[in-house]
Design a protein around this ligand. Structure first.
Ligand SMILES: Nc1ncnc2c1ncn2[C@@H]1O[C@H](COP(=O)(O)OP(=O)(O)OP(=O)(O)O)[C@@H](O)[C@H]1O
Ligand SMILES: [Mg+2]
Length: 354
């Protein structure tokens, strides 16, 4: 393997560490640097076990490989990584005989990431069908609803007594409620997008102040920003709506008592909807509330799925539509005491340079 080979490893989304027979690091690709949280310059030439605390299974696999007990081995394991904490990994070790000894490659894939990619794809197909149904349904309801409201209003004027007018008022009020629901169902498809350079932290700050005004007591919203993040290209209003819907859900789940963390991080070499991006930003909205009710956990992004009697179940559907329109993904991990919504948006660097 040559330097050229090593450079092409940088294009992979899978983390790859090349080691010599003495288990010293020869090269780490970009994805491995990101996973281990250390740079290649630092790692090259070092013994792997000196720079990171190696999971026992990895150590065994590597030393068996160095003694040529096998050519290829794959295992799922847990590894506590300095930059990330415990991570579930799919690890593959292979042996490559070279002219001057053996080289070993250690490939690491995050299982959660793989699952997330599968789930995203599955979800995208399903939600597409769902959304079409919803849109058609909304259109079908909209016109007769206008008629019902109009007729109720006419009737309201003709009625002789206030007592009877109470009934027409109920019809008008309920028709208005339905109208606003239908409008929300149609919203993502109606508004034109305005693309501009958007600073995610401005979006977060805006949402933060709106939420603190809506929940003036007992709600804490912590910021954990990576301020070196470049702007994204996007529609500011849509992105505010996305973050607002997610944060508002968290605040509602906390019933105004608890903590929300807004965390931004850079993500490198990511694949979103089969498209590779060198750079993306991750916004985590984390709360310490009760978690998403188990019976709807798998379906929260579907339209009309809600855990509240008063909820429309459209907030996350809308958020997902907008995020998809930005070429990004939205996903969630939730258990009681910890709910983590991830909004990942690709960063188009050429946009910033224009
Ligand atoms: N952070 C969270 N913690 C616990 N449950 C959550 C959280 N976020 C979402 N949920 C659950 O997911 C459901 C769906 O959320 P979604 O925003 O789509 O609809 P909604 O909030 O019920 O109604 P609306 O359309 O008014 O937003 C919520 O009703 C709630 O039960
Ligand atoms: Mg909501």
């Amino acid at each position: 393997m040559t330097k050229q080979h090593f450079r092409s490893l940088d294009l992979l989304a899978t983390a790859v560490v090349i080691l010599d027979q003495g288990l010293r690091i020869v090269h780490c690709n970009h994805a491995a640097e990101a996973l281990l949280g250390m740079s290649n310059r630092w790692l090259e030439g070092e013994s792997l076990s000196d720079v990171v605390e190696i999971a026992e299974q990895v150590e065994t696999m590597l030393s068996e490989a160095a003694q040529q007990h096998f050519e290829f081995k794959r295992q799922q394991l847990n590894w506590r990584l300095p930059a990330r904490g415990p991570v579930e990994l799919d690890a593959t070790v292979s042996v490559h005989p070279e002219a001057d000894g053996l080289l070993l490659s250690l490939e690491l894939r995050e299982i959660a990431q793989q699952r997330r990619a599968d789930r995203e794809e599955h979800q995208a197909d399903l939600t597409q069908a769902n959304k079409e149904l919803m849109r058609n349904l909304a259109h079908e309801i909209k016109n007769p609803l206008g008629g019902v409201r109009g007729a109720a209003q006419l009737l309201d004027r003709e009625l002789p007594s206030d007592e009877l007018r109470e009934y027409t008022q109920v019809i008008i009020k309920e028709a208005d409620r339905l109208q606003s629901l239908v409008d929300q169902m149609l919203a993502p498809h109606r508004k034109a997008r305005v693309l501009e350079s958007v600073n995610i932290h401005e979006v977060c700050e805006r949402v933060r102040s709106l939420m603190l005004a809506e929940f003036p007591q007992g709600l804490a919203i912590q910021r954990d920003y990576d301020i070196s993040l470049p702007d994204v290209r996007g529609d500011r209003e849509q992105l505010i709506q996305v973050v607002l819907n997610v944060v508002r859900n968290a605040a509602q789940a906390l019933a105004g008592q608890g903590e929300i963390v807004l965390r931004t991080r850079v993500a490198r070499q990511v694949t979103i909807a089969k498209q590779r991006h060198k750079l993306a930003l991750d916004l985590h909205v984390i709360d310490n509330g009760p978690g998403i009710p188990e019976d709807i956990r798998e379906r929260v992004f579907y339209p009309l799925v809600s855990g509240h009697p008063q909820g429309h179940g459209l907030g996350l559907t809308l958020a997902q539509s907008y995020v998809h329109q930005h070429g990004g993904l939205i996903d969630v991990e939730s258990r009681p005491g910890h709910t983590d919504f991830l909004i990942r948006l690709p960063i188009d660097l050429s946009w910033g340079a224009e």
